[in-house]
Design a protein around this ligand. Structure first.
Ligand code: 6R9
Length: 592
């Protein structure tokens, strides 16, 4: 990448936001990567082989630290060879292009190698949080018809519990741990201790070849798989360059886990497409561990999330001064509203550096509305649409763009950017329902290319007179806890599997650090009495089956739950009480 540090002053890759809007063209991303039409468009290869062939094979690609003092470093040449290793191994196991391969492990180096390897083979990477319990895992593997899962000794027991119910899951591959203790049918593959694979015939993907399948929660039904394609790389690379502002000599840290789209779009694809050095910290969160990680690795660009920032804030300013964080030069955040206090705080403690808020979704694949280097940050605002993105706020009733400053509506985007999701896995109707103006039988390809439609995000915002977007809240019941979306339906379905529970509703309740945490309202079956022990038992039940994030922090016992006359539980009502908001019109509720 062109290095624009002139006389010590960095002008920023984006330069002038207004000028970029004027001359915008997605092909700029191709120029930045020096990629010519007709060349191989495969994310796995662009992020590794291509960096080596431009002469940067010896450059550090990954600086990794785990629990205790475990650490390792890998060059782009290592990335190339180890991703080849995974691609070759999976192809020998019979994995074919477009097969779904789940990656279910902690943030260990093999997660990163295998992700690129799966893509090199033309298969679809399905990364899932290693914190998921067996039920969360089963729902997603069953939905995707996943053929192979790559996991570790630590997590394989969850796969064992569910594998008999997953007829399409043919291969269980353990990439780390002790091979002697595996069960029959499980395969061991340790890429770093296998022969180096110097050459692999990378799959000739087209721009529309599927690449990554990310599961995301909605209000109704189980989580949906948002499917991305190799063409997404242009949006991921360009936003990485213009918003995160990576230069050749930066040391970059994205704190997100690749089970979340942030961890793939900006923790793998965007930065490595540009040939940047990335850091990964695979150990639990403590403020001092994070500050030390930045200090020791001289991290310059840092992409994190509001919950983490608020947790750092809580630990105070004094702790910050115990570390030398002078290497930092650009900070950004995503996942939930970044409150103004957090922006102002970061400016105070990080020597004038304020977090740049960025807004986007699993479905958008890349940043959509953000703050840019060199542009005035208005604390509390998400910034402005990325050049090339046509955004609007649609009137809640008419779905026409609002032109009045400050009026609240639905955030929407005109279809057509490169990283837009191509479908919800096997749910064409749900995909269609995300577009305003779509005809009843429109196919996914028509929807994603029709410039007259609006893709509606499911969030509310207003735009001020200068074009800055201000987040208001979600337009649905999805719970955003610490930046992770949890679907109430998934929690409720698991709750009613508990022997004591008759009916359940899950809503978000306010929380200082996580913004929201899960609260469950339950009615009990005859013969069960409310008690503290039962509450603890229910909490653990959910933690183990779903995940620690989905676990209710509070359980309220009720004799009955509020319902509509057609029998649907009204979460909106329960949520409003938690937030101390107006409950609204209750006339549609049943008096039963
Ligand atoms: C990348 C990612 C998407 C939802 C989104 C919104 C919330 C994300 C935000 C934000 C306020 C921001 N969200 N960024 N809310 N300000 N800067 O987060 O993807 O997990 O799909 O979540 O998260 O509600 O619709 P995903």
């Amino acid at each position: 990448m062109e290095n624009r540090r002139i006389g010590g002053v960095h002008l920023s890759n984006i330069g002038s936001y207004e000028e970029r809007i004027e001359d915008f063209n997605w092909d700029i991303a191709k120029d930045i990567l020096d990629w010519k039409d007709g060349e191989l468009l495969n994310i796995g290869a662009i992020c590794s082989d291509r960096i080596c062939s431009r002469g940067d094979g010896k450059k550090t690609a990954l600086i990794w630290e785990g629990f205790g003092d475990k650490n390792a470093r890998y060059t782009f040449d290592d990335l190339r060879v180890y991703s080849n290793g995974f691609a070759k191994f999976l192809s020998e196991q019979g994995i074919q292009p477009e097969d779904r391969v789940c990656i279910f492990m902690d943030k260990i180096p093999s997660l990163y190698f295998s992700f690129l390897g799966v893509l090199k083979l033309g298969a679809i990477a399905q990364p899932l949080f290693s914190a998921f319990g067996d039920e969360s895992l089963e729902v997603r593997l069953a939905s995707a018809g996943t053929r192979a899962i790559l996991t570790t000794r630590k997590h394989v027991r969850k796969v064992r519990k569910i594998k008999d119910r997953l007829p399409e899951l043919k291969k269980i591959i353990v990439v780390e741990g002790n091979p002697d203790r595996l069960k029959e049918g499980e395969i061991f593959f340790d890429v770093e201790n296998s022969p180096r694979v110097e050459e692999f015939d990378v799959y000739h993907s087209t721009p529309e070849t599927p690449s990554v399948l990310h599961y995301t929660s909605g209000t109704t039904g189980q989580p949906k798989g948002a499917l991305h394609v190799h063409n997404s790389i242009w949006a991921q690379a360009l936003t990485t360059s213009w918003v995160l502002d990576l230069l050749d000599d930066d040391i970059y840290w994205c704190t997100a886990d690749p089970g979340w789209v942030t961890g793939t779009s900006y923790g793998i694809i965007g930065p490595w497409a540009l040939g940047a050095t990335q850091c990964v910290l695979d150990s639990g969160f403590t403020s001092s561990r994070w500050y030390k990680f930045i200090q020791d690795n001289r991290i310059t660009v840092w992409y994190s999330a509001p919950t983490a920032i608020r947790a750092l804030m809580k630990d105070g300013n004094e702790l910050v001064s115990d570390f030398d964080l002078s290497s930092l030069r650009n900070l950004a955040s995503v996942g939930e509203p970044l409150n103004a206090e957090a922006v102002i705080w970061s400016g105070e403690v990080f020597d004038g550096l304020k977090f740049h808020d960025t807004f986007w979704q699993t479905e958008t694949g890349a940043m959509m509305i953000t703050n840019y280097p060199g542009m005035e940050i208005r604390p509390g605002s998400m910034g402005k649409p990325f050049p090339g993105i046509k955004a609007a706020v649609l009137d809640l009733a008419t779905h026409e763009p609002v032109d009045e400053a400050g009026k609240v509506g639905l955030i929407a985007f005109r279809p057509g950017w490169p990283s837009m999701f191509r479908q919800y896995w096997k749910q064409p109707d749900t995909y269609r329902s995300k577009f305003v103006g779509a005809s009843e039988n429109a196919m996914p390809d028509e929807l994603r290319t029709n410039p007259d439609l609006w893709y509606v995000s499911g969030d509310r915002a207003s735009i001020d007179k200068d074009g800055y977007y201000w987040f208001v809240g979600r337009d649905d019941d999805v719970i955003n806890t610490g930046g992770h979306l949890v679907g109430p339906f998934e929690i409720e379905s698991a709750l009613v599997e508990h022997e004591a529970i008759a009916e359940a509703a899950a809503v978000g309740k306010p929380d200082k650090v996580n913004m929201e945490v899960v609260k469950a309202f339950v009615t009990l079956k005859p013969g069960f009495e409310p008690s503290d022990d039962l509450e603890l038992d229910i909490m653990n039940f959910i933690r183990k089956r779903l995940s620690p994030l989905a676990m209710p922090q509070e359980i309220e016992y009720r004799d009955k739950l509020p319902k509509t006359r057609s029998g649907k539980i009204v979460r909106r009502y329960l949520r409003a009480i938690e937030w101390g908001e107006e409950v609204g019109d209750l006339s549609s509720l049943s008096d039963e």
